[in-house]
Design a protein around this ligand. Structure first.
Ligand code: GAR
Length: 209
């Protein structure tokens, strides 16, 4: 079973959805660690409660939005045998040392229908813009900001009676369903990339008796 590391800076509700899916045998992989750049992240306490290794790692003081010594982070993941990295509310951008250690093996979830509303506060951005449909996106991570090849998306309608909070709640529900489903596809179905386009191969035909 594929070993997965989840990175989170905040609450970790997507991390918990991934763990739950894995424990139901639906993910096609096993979450071996929850890594955070913030020693006070609630996601770390959630990991301890779930019996998953909680691993705060030092991102350094030099930058606010990137990791100073990515090599140390890569080494920590190698020690744990992690093959894929799942970003789930991780608020730092990854750069060449980290990206080249896990080529096409880093996924992210973003709370909008990309390429609309990249960056921070995406749900609020869509709300303030007056979008009638928004949602969430799972994509491969590359050096761009929220613009790697798209794996899966789920649309969420903005209702007239919505508040920002009710919209956020429905997008989070959609994320908790979409992310495990997308991870399972990536781990268990053959896929290929042509430029930005990512496509899954048709399931192989079963052998006749
Ligand atoms: C999620 O909504 C995720 O899409 C978002 O942070 C939230 C984390 O929630 N990520 C981004 O905005 C990344 N650009 P969680 O910690 O409860 O999973």
């Amino acid at each position: 079973m594929r070993a997965l590391a989840v990175f989170a800076s905040g609450q970790g509700t997507n991390f918990e959805a991934l763990v739950a899916s894995s424990r139901r045998g639906e993910l096609g992989g096993r979450v071996v660690a929850l890594v955070s750049d913030r020693p006070d992240a609630p996601a770390l306490a959630r990991a301890r409660r779930l019996g998953i290794e909680a691993l705060p790692l030092d991102a350094g003081r030099r930058w606010r939005t990137r990791i100073e010594d990515e090599g140390a982070w890569v080494e920590a993941l190698r020690q744990r045998g992690a093959e894929f990295v799942l970003l789930a509310g991780f608020m730092r951008r990854l750069h060449v040392t980290f990206l080249s250690a896990f080529p096409d093996r880093i996924l992210n979830i973003h709370p909008s229908l990309l390429p609309a509303f990249p960056g921070i506060d995406a749900i609020r951005q869509a709300w303030a813009h007056g979008a009638r449909v928004t949602g969430c996106t799972v994509h491969l991570v590359d050096e761009s900001l929220d613009a790697g090849p798209i794996i899966a998306q789920s649309a969420v309608e903005v209702r007239d009676e919505d508040t920002l909070e009710s919209l956020e709640a429905r997008i989070h529900d959609a994320e908790h369903r979409l992310y495990p489903w997308a991870v399972r596809r990536v781990l268990s179905e053959p896929w290929r990339r042509e430029g930005r386009r990512l496509s899954f191969e048709p399931a192989p035909l079963g052998r006749s008796a």
